[in-house]
Design a protein around this ligand. Structure first.
Ligand code: SF4
Ligand code: SF4
Length: 377
């Protein structure tokens, strides 16, 4: 499987990871079958979300003997009361829960320690308190119990502040076309409620967040690529030809994404995710399916290349993607990636054929001019 760099951590992770959220409550045989099947399929990145003892014990059994083949993310924040999930911000409680997680999983460290579910601005500022979870995460890292520190959020402005703080190496954030068309300040419950509202237009705050992650070297892990499964419950007329392969392709095409972590609960769901690996370029092509869905991502490039061919050979999606990241901050890596493109934006003859073919109404020519200006060619 193709591997990507997890931002400044330098870790190379397979671009399709697995979220284990829905393995909670599954029998051990299913958990073992899914985890081992995923590793055999080339998956290296696993997100371990909960603190439920049976869930951790099952994952520990599934991961036995595989530690050197996987990158494991554990979370600070999940607690359990009366068998139910509870979000904790108590550092000493979280420290004890984290120790229990390591023990049940049979490992001595997490690769990424993710401060979980930070969606409110006051919650984010509270993390930095002397006795807050950020101090705990740093202490655990200094003790060798975690290699890197991350944060998970569903709210773009909160995540943007975290990314720019320099305190985090990895961001876990939902990436799918439904949420990308919704207001960036929405809390997850609002996102879910609004998922029937059929808004139009790319969400600028979310798009800027992804570009900032790329510019700042933050490993961006896309969660909820299927909008928490909602995309599959829509009527055919609403979802069009969007399927798991195309939705994974969409998430992996967005700026800055290192890996995407669909949640699966059984072998059948794992197989529909791993189908991405054997899918042809045409089967991964999401532009037409997205344009035919009820969701409207108008005005913003989704990097689908539905507008090709360009008569002078410009890779429109890649050129616009690199320019969007460079707008947040230029780097040598960006210059090198741009130089490797088959043709540069300065070669654009302004023929306009790409804009005519773009189903999302992107005004390509001024963006090509901006790309040429940013990269000087
Ligand atoms: S300009 Fe339109 S068709 Fe071309 S890559 Fe962007 S969104 Fe896709
Ligand atoms: S407008 Fe420029 S980028 Fe678009 S197809 Fe024509 S030459 Fe290519």
């Amino acid at each position: 499987m193709n591997r990507r760099k997890l931002g400044r951590t330098g870790l190379a992770v397979a671009e399709i990871g697995i979220g284990t959220e829905y393995l909670h409550g599954q029998p051990r045989e299913t958990v073992v079958e899914v985890v081992r099947g995923a590793v055999e399929g080339g998956v290296t990145y696993f997100d371990i979300l909960w603190a439920y003892p049976d869930y951790l014990d099952n994952l520990g059994a599934a991961l036995a003997g595989l530690r050197d083949r996987v990158t494991l993310t554990l979370h600070l924040g999940p607690a359990v009361s009366n068998g139910q999930y509870r979000l904790s911000r108590d550092a000493s409680e979280c420290e004890a829960i984290f120790a229990d997680m390591l023990s049940r999983l049979g490992i001595d460290h997490a690769d990424v320690l993710m401060v979980q579910w930070v969606d409110k601005e006051d919650d984010y500022t509270g993390l930095a308190d002397e006795a807050g979870l950020l101090a705990l995460a740093r202490s655990l890292r200094d003790q060798g119990k975690a290699r890197f520190i991350g944060l998970s959020s569903h709210v773009a402005p909160v995540a943007q502040a975290a990314v720019l703080s320099g305190d985090f190496d990895v961001l876990m954030f939902p990436i799918n076309p439904v949420f990308d068309a919704l207001p960036g300040r929405s809390h997850i419950e609002e996102l879910e409620a609004e998922a029937g509202a059929r808004p139009r237009g790319v969400n600028v705050e979310r798009r800027r967040l992804f570009q900032t992650c790329a510019a700042e070297g933050i490993g961006l892990v896309g969660m909820k690529p299927f909008a928490g499964g909602r995309l599959f419950h829509l009527a055919e007329s609403e979802k069009g030809d969007l399927n798991p392969v195309r939705l994974l392709s969409y998430a992996l095409s967005q700026a800055g994404v290192s890996a995407v972590v669909p949640g699966v609960k059984n072998r059948g769901e794992l197989d529909s995710v791993l189908a991405f690996l054997s899918a042809s370029g045409e089967e991964r092509e999401f532009g037409e399916a997205l344009a035919g869905s009820a969701w409207r991502l108008e005005g913003g490039c989704v990097y689908c290349n539905h507008c090709l061919p360009c008569p002078v050979g410009i890779d429109v999606g890649q050129a616009l993607r690199l320019a969007a990241i460079a707008d947040q901050g230029m780097s040598d890596d960006l210059r090198a990636a741009y130089a490797a493109l088959p043709a540069q934006a300065s070669e654009c003859t302004e023929c306009g054929s790409c804009a005519e073919r773009c189903p999302f109404g992107v005004d390509v020519i001024p963006r090509m001019s901006r790309a040429a200006e940013l990269f000087g060619r």
